[in-house]
Ligand binder design. Sequence first.
Ligand code: BF8
Ligand code: SF4
Length: 656
Amino acid sequence: MGETKELKKKLTPARDCTTCEATAQMIDKARRDGVELVFDRAASMKPCPIGADSACCKHCSMGPCRLNAKDPYGKVGVCGATIDTIQARNFARMVASGAAAHTDHGMSILHLFGEVVKGHNKDYQIKDIQKLLQVAETLEIETDGREYNDIGLDIYEELMKTYTLVEGEFPFAKAVPEKTLETWRKQGIVPRGAMREIMEIMHRTHMGVDQDYENIVNQCSRTALSDGWGGSMVATEISDIMFGTPRPVMAEVNMGVLKEDHVNIIVHGHEPNLFESIMVSTSDATMVEAAKAAGAKGINLVGMCCSGAEMMSRHGVPHAGNFMSTEAVLVTGAVDAMAVDVQCIKQGLGKVADCYGTELFTTNPRCHIEGVKHIEFDEDNPMACTDEVVIKAISRFKSRKGDIQIPKNKNIGIHGFSKEYIGYMLGGTFRESYVPLNENIINGRIRGVAGVVGCTQPRTKQDYMHVELVKELIKNDVLVLQTGCSQIALAKAGLLIPEAAHLAGDGLAEVCETVGMPPILGLGSCVDNSRILTAASEMVRTGGLGHSIADLPAAGAAPEWMSEKAISIGHYFVASGVYTVFGTTFPITEGTKFHKHLFEELEEMGMGKWGFSNDPIEMAHMMIAHIDKKRKQLGIDKARERVLMDMADRQKLDVA
Ligand code: BF8
Ligand code: SF4
């Protein structure tokens, strides 16, 4: 009780923690129940100011060494390491960890695919033949007259090099626009296998190895690219082949998707195979009968975070919320079981689940949590795990205690866009084409394209930056592509619908109304950021917008980022040629050479660059200014001035 009082003193009011009303209600309820959530832990844990500036090093036991961010060159570490070396090494290790997460995920999916095409695993199949052939074509694998499994086996063997290649260029180099690839070759950053790149980064950041920040950043770029164009792209493409390429689908988002009279099961994590299998278990007639026998009307399967976003995109599975809501959703008391796999799984879930009687299970050998029951998910016998989760959920439903309070909030949106679907939608049903998209950018109806992605976190009001940033971008005719927790934030704000076009500028609104698409397109999970890369490549290949990704009137943002994966994603966008702006905090000391290198010099080397702002409107205008700079360089800035006044053009589009 004393502890609860102590907690109350420092508590941030719920509606200052989040703009998500459902989450705010659950914060209030948790406080009434005396249960601590991530928001409260953040209030009582001030970020370490030295760490926040990345001015400390603990890479050896002569330290830890702390430099002074206010006088960055006043001191060096015991070994003589400068602030630039220390920051670059810290940054590099974030890239390595983030890239490791995505590439390990991709490698698992690829391994499963290998087992399927070799006929060893019958629980999963090739579902999307068109995607299989398309990936084969990209990799220059012969398809004519061949069995699909044989083509699949070649794809498997070729793509395994994404991870294992010791020397040479990784397989999806073939998907990169030529001029972008040329820049990478010039800088020596075309990735080999991700395992090699991550190993090298860990070596180079060991005490007494690479002590030139520019050289370290080069290896950051190479490693990050092995994630975006490597591990993540493999995860997306192979998941599409096995589970189907997403097409637009209506889905409900927010805690209102929970049903008091159903057995509610949440899957939270990142790997689609667990989720795909649990879908089979929950729709099994025996399980549904068992749920009914326990007094429920049925089983309600719901996603959270990234695998949730992926399932929502592929199958329209309802989604209960993003990273900042994973503990809060348990406070409803309505979640009978939550199964987690890997990444962004807060250890704090264990305590909250205990307080509300939710059955919490870890399922992946890589992610156990002390005190939480582990039911291992084995792809060779997937139902053993997923059936058990469902059975446990049903018995928890039967013995539910305590009050249940489900916020009513839910929004319907359209999800499930993909690089392919954007082409079909704009270019015609039978053959994808990016010509209309490029034309609308050239004529200025669409000013440019922005990727707005990434996490939510308690150091900033949940969802606020995402929603305000995206609204400002579409208002200024910038088409927005989204993934991950950011997509969920906008979905909860009710903006992933074609009617959101009324918030867009005239030009973008015209295009959206003509095609019937929302001005904000949700592409799925964080590994699906690779869809933004393939869409950008298609824009370059289609022509009229320059020759490399760096030429495109495009920008990226992760305004509420928190994870090392976000740093890897940000850096692969930068290395690919995209101006990428982060918010909330950035692990760097301003006024250092390292800062200048990331925020200015990389662009001069033909890549993109980093940016930072804590204000969503300012962030939007930094991105828009960059888009306008690119339009000017492409000589299409005049077209934009004309479109704003040209009614004849508008009528032409209406009759088209
Ligand atoms: O990979 S956006 S909080 S859930 S890290 Fe995590 Fe960030 Fe969400 Fe998915 Ni991505
Ligand atoms: Fe200090 Fe250098 Fe050791 Fe880092 S590597 S802890 S800067 S002595």
